[in-house]
Design a protein around this ligand. Structure first.
Ligand code: HEC
Length: 199
Protein backbone atom coordinates (compact mmCIF):
# COMPACT_ATOMS: atom_id res chain seq x y z
CA UNK A 1 0.00 0.00 0.00
CA UNK A 2 1.36 3.41 -0.84
CA UNK A 3 1.92 6.03 1.85
CA UNK A 4 -0.78 8.23 0.32
CA UNK A 5 -3.43 5.48 0.44
CA UNK A 6 -2.54 4.66 4.07
CA UNK A 7 -3.08 8.30 4.98
CA UNK A 8 -6.37 8.41 3.07
CA UNK A 9 -7.73 5.20 4.58
CA UNK A 10 -6.89 6.23 8.14
CA UNK A 11 -8.64 9.53 7.45
CA UNK A 12 -11.76 7.69 6.27
CA UNK A 13 -11.63 5.51 9.38
CA UNK A 14 -11.46 8.44 11.77
CA UNK A 15 -14.38 10.16 9.98
CA UNK A 16 -16.44 6.97 10.25
CA UNK A 17 -15.75 6.78 13.96
CA UNK A 18 -16.64 10.46 14.44
CA UNK A 19 -19.99 10.09 12.56
CA UNK A 20 -21.10 7.08 14.50
CA UNK A 21 -20.37 8.81 17.76
CA UNK A 22 -22.28 11.99 16.81
CA UNK A 23 -25.33 9.94 15.76
CA UNK A 24 -25.59 8.51 19.26
CA UNK A 25 -24.30 5.09 18.23
CA UNK A 26 -22.05 2.99 20.43
CA UNK A 27 -18.94 5.00 21.00
CA UNK A 28 -16.03 3.50 19.16
CA UNK A 29 -12.60 4.14 20.54
CA UNK A 30 -9.27 2.84 19.34
CA UNK A 31 -7.68 0.47 21.87
CA UNK A 32 -4.87 2.16 23.77
CA UNK A 33 -1.45 0.92 22.70
CA UNK A 34 0.23 -1.40 25.26
CA UNK A 35 2.21 0.56 27.83
CA UNK A 36 5.95 0.40 27.50
CA UNK A 37 7.71 -0.87 30.63
CA UNK A 38 9.55 1.79 32.63
CA UNK A 39 12.76 -0.15 32.15
CA UNK A 40 13.75 -2.81 29.60
CA UNK A 41 16.40 -4.60 31.66
CA UNK A 42 18.88 -4.13 28.85
CA UNK A 43 22.41 -4.73 30.07
CA UNK A 44 21.34 -7.22 32.74
CA UNK A 45 23.82 -10.12 32.73
CA UNK A 46 22.28 -13.44 31.58
CA UNK A 47 22.76 -16.13 34.20
CA UNK A 48 24.72 -19.17 33.06
CA UNK A 49 21.83 -21.62 33.44
CA UNK A 50 19.67 -19.64 31.01
CA UNK A 51 22.58 -19.16 28.65
CA UNK A 52 23.28 -22.89 28.62
CA UNK A 53 19.77 -23.55 27.34
CA UNK A 54 20.38 -21.59 24.15
CA UNK A 55 24.11 -22.16 23.75
CA UNK A 56 23.72 -25.34 21.72
CA UNK A 57 25.58 -24.68 18.49
CA UNK A 58 27.96 -27.27 17.08
CA UNK A 59 30.41 -25.74 14.61
CA UNK A 60 32.27 -27.62 11.85
CA UNK A 61 35.13 -28.59 14.20
CA UNK A 62 32.65 -30.30 16.52
CA UNK A 63 34.39 -29.08 19.69
CA UNK A 64 31.09 -28.41 21.47
CA UNK A 65 29.51 -31.78 20.65
CA UNK A 66 27.96 -33.26 23.80
CA UNK A 67 28.78 -36.57 25.48
CA UNK A 68 26.84 -39.57 24.24
CA UNK A 69 26.94 -41.90 21.24
CA UNK A 70 24.78 -43.68 18.71
CA UNK A 71 24.65 -46.21 15.92
CA UNK A 72 22.68 -46.55 12.70
CA UNK A 73 20.76 -49.54 14.09
CA UNK A 74 19.36 -47.42 16.92
CA UNK A 75 18.98 -44.50 14.54
CA UNK A 76 16.64 -46.50 12.33
CA UNK A 77 14.22 -46.72 15.28
CA UNK A 78 14.59 -43.02 16.15
CA UNK A 79 14.02 -42.11 12.51
CA UNK A 80 10.95 -44.34 12.15
CA UNK A 81 9.39 -42.82 15.27
CA UNK A 82 10.28 -39.16 14.80
CA UNK A 83 11.16 -38.39 11.22
CA UNK A 84 9.73 -40.88 8.70
CA UNK A 85 6.24 -39.37 8.60
CA UNK A 86 7.72 -36.29 6.92
CA UNK A 87 10.93 -37.51 5.32
CA UNK A 88 9.71 -40.97 4.24
CA UNK A 89 10.69 -44.37 5.69
CA UNK A 90 13.87 -44.40 3.61
CA UNK A 91 14.59 -40.68 3.85
CA UNK A 92 13.37 -40.27 0.27
CA UNK A 93 11.38 -37.14 1.21
CA UNK A 94 7.62 -36.55 1.18
CA UNK A 95 7.17 -33.17 -0.54
CA UNK A 96 7.40 -30.50 0.66
CA UNK A 97 9.62 -32.20 3.27
CA UNK A 98 13.08 -32.68 1.80
CA UNK A 99 14.84 -35.84 0.75
CA UNK A 100 17.70 -36.75 3.13
CA UNK A 101 19.19 -39.79 1.47
CA UNK A 102 20.81 -39.84 -1.98
CA UNK A 103 24.26 -39.15 -3.36
CA UNK A 104 23.55 -38.57 -7.07
CA UNK A 105 25.20 -37.11 -9.02
CA UNK A 106 28.34 -38.67 -7.60
CA UNK A 107 30.65 -37.20 -10.24
CA UNK A 108 31.69 -33.58 -10.22
CA UNK A 109 29.66 -31.00 -8.36
CA UNK A 110 27.29 -29.64 -11.03
CA UNK A 111 24.80 -27.97 -8.67
CA UNK A 112 25.73 -24.46 -9.75
CA UNK A 113 24.85 -25.29 -13.37
CA UNK A 114 21.60 -27.18 -12.77
CA UNK A 115 19.11 -25.79 -10.26
CA UNK A 116 16.91 -28.90 -10.64
CA UNK A 117 19.44 -31.24 -8.99
CA UNK A 118 18.29 -32.31 -5.54
CA UNK A 119 20.70 -31.32 -2.79
CA UNK A 120 20.92 -33.71 0.12
CA UNK A 121 23.04 -34.33 3.19
CA UNK A 122 24.76 -37.02 1.09
CA UNK A 123 25.69 -34.98 -1.96
CA UNK A 124 25.79 -31.39 -0.74
CA UNK A 125 26.58 -30.92 2.95
CA UNK A 126 30.29 -30.26 3.55
CA UNK A 127 30.37 -31.01 7.31
CA UNK A 128 29.07 -34.04 9.22
CA UNK A 129 28.88 -31.97 12.42
CA UNK A 130 26.28 -29.66 10.85
CA UNK A 131 23.96 -32.64 10.74
CA UNK A 132 24.16 -32.97 14.53
CA UNK A 133 23.73 -29.23 14.99
CA UNK A 134 20.74 -29.00 12.65
CA UNK A 135 18.86 -32.10 13.80
CA UNK A 136 19.32 -31.16 17.46
CA UNK A 137 18.39 -27.52 16.85
CA UNK A 138 15.52 -27.84 14.38
CA UNK A 139 14.14 -31.39 14.14
CA UNK A 140 11.64 -32.98 14.50
CA UNK A 141 10.02 -29.91 12.98
CA UNK A 142 7.11 -29.82 15.45
CA UNK A 143 9.17 -30.53 18.62
CA UNK A 144 12.73 -29.34 18.01
CA UNK A 145 15.20 -29.97 20.82
CA UNK A 146 13.22 -32.95 22.12
CA UNK A 147 15.79 -35.61 21.21
CA UNK A 148 18.47 -36.70 23.70
CA UNK A 149 22.12 -36.64 22.54
CA UNK A 150 22.20 -40.46 22.13
CA UNK A 151 19.15 -40.28 19.85
CA UNK A 152 20.64 -37.44 17.80
CA UNK A 153 23.94 -39.31 17.39
CA UNK A 154 21.98 -42.42 16.38
CA UNK A 155 19.76 -40.74 13.80
CA UNK A 156 22.81 -38.89 12.42
CA UNK A 157 24.61 -42.25 12.15
CA UNK A 158 21.63 -43.72 10.28
CA UNK A 159 21.47 -40.81 7.81
CA UNK A 160 25.24 -41.00 7.18
CA UNK A 161 25.16 -44.81 6.80
CA UNK A 162 22.17 -44.70 4.41
CA UNK A 163 24.08 -42.15 2.36
CA UNK A 164 26.98 -44.66 2.23
CA UNK A 165 29.30 -42.25 4.00
CA UNK A 166 30.03 -44.36 7.10
CA UNK A 167 29.87 -48.14 7.68
CA UNK A 168 26.58 -49.46 9.14
CA UNK A 169 28.25 -50.47 12.41
CA UNK A 170 30.19 -47.23 12.99
CA UNK A 171 29.66 -45.59 16.39
CA UNK A 172 29.11 -41.83 16.24
CA UNK A 173 30.21 -39.68 19.17
CA UNK A 174 32.01 -36.40 19.88
CA UNK A 175 35.27 -37.87 18.54
CA UNK A 176 34.20 -39.97 15.56
CA UNK A 177 31.58 -37.64 14.05
CA UNK A 178 33.94 -34.68 13.32
CA UNK A 179 36.33 -37.14 11.66
CA UNK A 180 33.72 -38.20 9.07
CA UNK A 181 34.67 -36.80 5.67
CA UNK A 182 31.62 -35.73 3.69
CA UNK A 183 31.53 -36.21 -0.11
CA UNK A 184 31.01 -32.44 -0.56
CA UNK A 185 33.86 -31.47 1.78
CA UNK A 186 36.14 -28.99 0.02
CA UNK A 187 33.48 -28.04 -2.53
CA UNK A 188 32.87 -24.67 -0.89
CA UNK A 189 35.16 -21.71 -0.33
CA UNK A 190 35.08 -19.25 2.50
CA UNK A 191 33.75 -15.93 1.27
CA UNK A 192 36.42 -13.65 2.66
CA UNK A 193 35.69 -10.64 0.47
CA UNK A 194 35.94 -7.54 2.56
CA UNK A 195 34.26 -5.14 0.19
CA UNK A 196 35.00 -1.46 0.02
CA UNK A 197 33.46 1.38 2.00
CA UNK A 198 31.78 3.74 -0.47
CA UNK A 199 30.94 7.18 0.81
C1 HEC B 1 6.68 -32.39 10.62
C2 HEC B 1 7.58 -32.77 9.54
C3 HEC B 1 9.01 -33.08 9.87
C4 HEC B 1 9.50 -33.98 10.80
C5 HEC B 1 8.69 -34.85 11.77
C6 HEC B 1 10.93 -33.97 10.66
N1 HEC B 1 11.31 -33.09 9.68
FE1 HEC B 1 13.20 -32.74 9.07
N2 HEC B 1 12.54 -31.29 7.82
C7 HEC B 1 11.21 -30.93 7.64
C8 HEC B 1 11.15 -29.78 6.78
C9 HEC B 1 9.88 -29.07 6.32
C10 HEC B 1 12.48 -29.46 6.45
C11 HEC B 1 12.96 -28.29 5.59
C12 HEC B 1 13.17 -27.13 6.52
C13 HEC B 1 13.74 -25.93 5.81
O1 HEC B 1 14.25 -26.04 4.70
O2 HEC B 1 13.73 -24.86 6.44
C14 HEC B 1 13.32 -30.44 7.11
C15 HEC B 1 14.70 -30.47 6.97
C16 HEC B 1 15.50 -31.46 7.51
C17 HEC B 1 16.92 -31.60 7.24
C18 HEC B 1 17.73 -30.73 6.31
C19 HEC B 1 17.63 -31.24 4.90
C20 HEC B 1 18.43 -30.43 3.89
O3 HEC B 1 19.19 -31.03 3.11
O4 HEC B 1 18.32 -29.20 3.89
C21 HEC B 1 17.36 -32.66 7.97
C22 HEC B 1 18.76 -33.21 8.01
C23 HEC B 1 16.21 -33.18 8.69
N3 HEC B 1 15.09 -32.43 8.38
C24 HEC B 1 16.27 -34.26 9.54
C25 HEC B 1 15.16 -34.68 10.30
C26 HEC B 1 15.26 -35.70 11.32
C27 HEC B 1 16.52 -36.48 11.66
C28 HEC B 1 14.01 -35.81 11.87
C29 HEC B 1 13.60 -36.69 13.01
C30 HEC B 1 14.37 -36.58 14.21
C31 HEC B 1 13.14 -34.88 11.17
N4 HEC B 1 13.87 -34.22 10.23
C32 HEC B 1 11.79 -34.75 11.41
C33 HEC B 1 10.11 -31.59 8.19
C34 HEC B 1 10.16 -32.53 9.19
Amino acid sequence: MSRASIVVSSLVLSIAIACRTRDGDVEVRAAAPPKAPAQYDLGTPVDSARLKLIDIDVDPTGTTLPAGSGTAAKGLVVFAQNCAKCHGAKGEGIPPNPQLIGRDPREGFPFGRDAKLVRTVGNYWPYSTTLYDYVHRAMPLSVPGSLKPDDVYSVVAWILAENEIIPRDAVMDAKTLPAVKMPAAGRFVVDDRKGKVVR
